[in-house]
Write a protein that binds this ligand. Structure first.
Ligand SMILES: [Zn+2]
Ligand SMILES: [Zn+2]
Length: 61
């Protein structure tokens, strides 16, 4: 089964569309920016570091 880009924060269920700032861990747990900041960029599910999800591949600088 292919991994899908999640479209909402796992913590507060805020919608995260492809243009929203989202943070993901290496297991693809997905959170909004405020939740990520509150958790100090640490995933509560697996303990991994959260990293900012690129908006689009073409936006990577
Ligand atoms: Zn959230
Ligand atoms: Zn995780």
């Amino acid at each position: 089964m292919a991994l899908e880009m999640k479209t909402e924060c796992e913590r507060c269920n805020q919608a995260l569309d492809h243009d929203s700032e989202a943070w993901i861990c290496s297991y693809e747990c997905t959170f909004c920016a405020p939740c990520s900041a509150e958790m100090k960029n640490r995933c509560p599910n697996c303990g991994g570091d959260l990293q900012r999800r690129p908006h689009r591949s073409s936006d990577i600088t």
